[in-house]
Write a protein that binds this ligand. Sequence first.
Ligand SMILES: NC(=O)c1ccc[n+]([C@@H]2O[C@H](COP(=O)([O-])OP(=O)(O)OC[C@H]3O[C@@H](n4cnc5c(N)ncnc54)[C@H](O)[C@@H]3O)[C@@H](O)[C@H]2O)c1
Length: 349
Amino acid sequence: MKTILVCGGCGFIGSNFVRYLYNKYPDYKLINLDLLTYSGNRDNLADIERRELGVAESSSRYSFIHGDIGDKNLLEQIFINEKLDIVVNFAAESHVDRSLYASYDFIHTNIMGTHALTEECRRYKIPRFVQISTDEVYGDVPEGYSAEEAALNPSNPYAASKAGADVIIKSYMRSHKLPALIVRGSNNFGPYQYPEKLIPLAISNFLDGEKIPIHGSGAHVRHWIYVFDFCNGIDLAIHRGKDYNIYNIGGVPRTNLQVLESVRSALNLPHPLDHYKSHTNDRPGADLRYAPDTAKSSRELGWSLEHDFDSALKSTVQWYLENKNWWGKIKRDKLFIEHYRRQEKADYY
Ligand SMILES: NC(=O)c1ccc[n+]([C@@H]2O[C@H](COP(=O)([O-])OP(=O)(O)OC[C@H]3O[C@@H](n4cnc5c(N)ncnc54)[C@H](O)[C@@H]3O)[C@@H](O)[C@H]2O)c1
């Protein structure tokens, strides 16, 4: 029996991770702390909430707390009331485009929020704190691979705020011997991803008959990972990882255009890709390539990719085909439309 506080459990990766733990460890108690920002959605866990929650927000296996990871008083209350074994932090502002025109939220949550969580984990002697970070902290990698000890060289406010969180946690590991570790993931895809990100945006625009806006030439390379392979990596890091360590968990390299072509083909669309896309200006300071080196996670955690990219993408496309109500509701929302108009015009100022 373990009690795990999952912060940001109503977002894309967090909700998949809550479900992953819920199915795999029936004796764990999961507490989900989420501020429900634009990307936080309780519908993402509707199946578990239906099973576990009635009028109350809590059962012996799952509970939901609405709140901010930067709220020290709330954290104290949770840490006093619950005997936590593990804290995993997914809570973040996570979209690079938004960080270019609304960076305050990124500094608030990704740096100040993560700092509050780190400090309270130290004060309340939490046995294990796991921070979910990103390969974007390494910045542009024109060639070769970024191992965990590579220098941090973030290029945009999102990546800088995640790097800031990483260095704060590293300082606590060293000064306070905080039993923490950091998992750095590459670009995830799968069910429940907010449709501002490339793959769900492409699938839903293809289905809505709208052009897909592509930053710059579309030649940017990212290492794409199915969210369940990432959840497996985090699970292994939680249970087998060593304190004070960083683990990269990454997928396979594809350019954005290759990804779109795979989505087009999974949907069996009749025209070539050119028919469905439009190019916008690139993001200012855009990174052309990320390439995390995952050798350490394979060697020390026994982690490896279990899903092949094309089949995982087909399953993802199928999920979006079967869940049009989920993404349709988000895409009709005023907040989504406002952001989308900017993203479409590459208006970052
Ligand atoms: N999506 C990716 O490809 C990817 C890749 C590598 C790492 N990551 C990291 O994984 C984590 C999750 O990413 P995601 O794509 O699921 O993001 P997301 O935007 O879908 O979800 C973020 C969640 O955090 C919650 N949240 C935001 N601010 C909060 C606050 N102050 N207090 C409590 N909750 C708050 C939101 O309501 C939402 O539920 C992030 O830390 C991100 O940096 C994401």
